[in-house]
Ligand binder design. Structure first.
Ligand code: SF4
Ligand code: SF4
Length: 249
């Protein structure tokens, strides 16, 4: 790994003609953000619960945050389940970290990066050169970054820096609202939670159909529920009912 000074270029070109093609998508830790899961399960046309069960493993951090990784296959090479003969089968919706490779964040600021130049990756010996920004642009990272910043407002919240931890119930609540969106949607609509908030009818309808809007709402839901932030407004006549219902779930 080499820290990349701002503006400096790195060499990289990954393509099928390289002898290492497809060899790096095995036995690797790919952490998934909520937006990664949204994109991957949508491209596979399966419910979020099924996606999470079949393709991921979740670890729980000391602070109670869930860390979701791709579950590598149970074969000798521990292959990524999305790897095919022609490369990544979900290429258009591959996760953030696969898009960013060979770059890795070098800090929390989202501005500094390390470049991995391991000998087995022949792409880093190719002539094509990129700045970080050029690379991100070419890999369609912008939307991912936008959504990931909003999730990091939760994971790096001062609640945690003050030493607080999520109990099991709150960890589950976060996992459902951020990763298991179909379950979250069912939960919201089955319990008529949204009727208790000051929200336009159109906005409520959007949550029924639009996963990205639902995820954005999920982030707010977490900040409202876990950190008592004023990001959602309960209708004045529903305050008691809403608080009782939320605490009960
Ligand atoms: S998701 Fe695609 S790019 Fe990422 S490790 Fe799996 S096969 Fe490789
Ligand atoms: S060039 Fe690097 S990233 Fe591309 S297939 Fe080879 S090892 Fe993987």
């Amino acid at each position: 790994m080499r820290k990349l000074p701002e503006g400096e270029k790195f060499r990289f070109r990954c393509h099928k003609e390289l002898p290492c093609f497809n060899k790096c998508c095995s036995d690797v830790n790919i952490f998934l953000t909520p937006y990664d899961v949204l994109r991957m399960r949508r491209t596979l046309w399966i419910p979020s619960s099924e996606f999470l069960k079949r393709y991921t493993v979740t670890l729980l951090g000391e602070e109670g945050l869930p860390y979701v990784l791709i579950r590598m296959m149970d074969n000798d090479n521990k292959t990524c389940p999305f790897l095919g003969q022609e490369g990544c089968m979900i290429y258009q919706d591959r996760p953030w970290s696969c898009r960013m490779y060979p770059l890795f964040p070098a800090g929390e600021d989202g501005q500094t990066y390390m470049v991995e130049e391991k000998p087995s990756c022949l792409g880093t010996k190719e002539d094509r050169q990129w700045t970080v920004e050029e690379w991100k642009e070419s890999q369609g990272v912008k939307k991912y970054d936008e959504m990931n910043v909003l999730y990091s407002e939760i994971t790096s919240h001062e609640f945690f820096s003050k030493g607080n931890k999520l109990d099991e119930k709150k960890s589950k609540l976060l996992y459902r609202a951020c990763y298991d969106l179909d379950e979250f949607r069912t939960f919201l609509f089955a319990w008529k939670f949204l009727d208790m908030f000051e929200m336009e009818e159109d906005a409520i309808k959007e949550l029924e159909q639009d996963d990205e809007k639902l995820l954005l709402f999920g982030f707010k839901w977490i900040r409202f529920n876990l950190f008592n932030e004023d990001v959602l407004n309960i209708k004045p006549d529903k305050k008691f009912e809403a608080l009782r219902a939320i605490r009960g779930k």
